[in-house]
Write a protein that binds this ligand. Sequence first.
Ligand SMILES: Cc1ncc(COP(=O)(O)O)c(C=O)c1O
Length: 473
Amino acid sequence: MAAARDLKATEMAGAEPGDDAVELAKRHLIQPWPFAGSVGAEARALIGEGDGIYITDGTGKRLIDGPAGMWCVNVGHRREELAKVMYDQAMALSYNTPWYTMNAPSAELAMRIASHAPGDLSHVFYTTGGSSAVETALRFMQFYNNVRGRPEKKLILSRGGAYHGSTYLSASLNGRPRDRDWMDGADELVIKLSSPDPFRRPHGMSLAAFTDFLVDQFRDTVARVGAERIGAFVGEPVQASGGVVVSPDGYLKRIREICRDNDILYVSDEVVTAFGRLGHVFASGDVFGIDPDMITFAKGVTSGYFPLGGVIISERLLEELRRSNHPDAMFGHGLTYTSHPVGCAVALKNLDLLEEGVLAHTQQVAPYFQAQLKTLEELPLVGEVRGLGLMGCVECVADRESKDPLQLDKDVGKRIDAHCHELGLLVRPLINMCVMSPPLIITREQIDEMVGILREGISRTMDDLRREGVWQG
Ligand SMILES: Cc1ncc(COP(=O)(O)O)c(C=O)c1O
């Protein structure tokens, strides 16, 4: 103990307040998703400033913010309206306890969110982000079934390729490769189904047959396990972090029907797709024609200016609880920052911006964004370019026929990112994929600039792979 303290004192003595952030990070910061070999000892690209769709790195280099932070800076960086509303709200009321009190912005925001939500989704429970939103939805499902006298109806259906968060239960739903290799989870509560990824469907299978396969698998699983044991299905309308997987037409509607028929709550995880990414405040109803029992949201609700998330819950479920035989049963769940006034105030202003033009702009530029990205399929390293709205993914493969996801080089995405960084674009690398989800205010000219850099970054990566003898396409 004493030795550890001495070591720490020596370290601290070496660190001056004016020290380079990179050095300080290497000594004191733990960043998300670290590898054991570099945990607490690495520094990532330092970002100093942001403006519109651009960010500036530690060397002063200007980059297009390709992932819009983490799919969240929807209305762009440095919006004075948002900064001002946060300042004004903090000066008026910086915080109030949601345990015994409430604030006006949270109630007004709940009303406006409900007005955009499909079906009878009428009430909002606020959280601190997406993981806590998913966690809240699942704990609500457990509570709901306990109150309704069905304590065995708690299993959760999730899918390969899913990403739902980093808290224990939400992370237990994740289905991306590598996420769970070294991590525990509540596996006894979760049943995993196939990813609805058309690109990776069995060789020779038509899209229609693939859709039937997915739907049959869902129905068969419910029959095998028993609907009386399954509480919820959680699904992203478009699997975002799994590589922008757009499921086949009609699939989500059919899953929704099976859930309804079996009294399984459908939780649509719109942490990425809500607040404009697909040109609408919510995509479940407006894009996919479904009316979930709950929608989870976060990220774009404040365009990333403040950590906020939430769950929108169906009036029917709340009414059932109110009419139950257990009016005193308590939903023992709440976060210190539930209904945070600053978060809700900035979300209201952000929603104004979306409604006043950003949604319409997104709908207008999205087809151009998709068409331009699609031209990258000309490059032999690219297996598929796919997407919807202002989210897209370039998936690299070693061989187009076998669709081998580059077993020889798992970090091809990182290689492309490194070249693009040099050229002025931040990419979100995901193993063999590059995910693009720029701020929604991006113009056609900026889309040209972005795709041009990406093309050059991939070309340079192909040259490197050939030179190293890793790939000969
Ligand atoms: C669909 C989805 N759900 C949940 C989360 C978790 O959100 P957070 O990181 O805000 O906890 C994410 C994060 O990327 C996400 O993409």
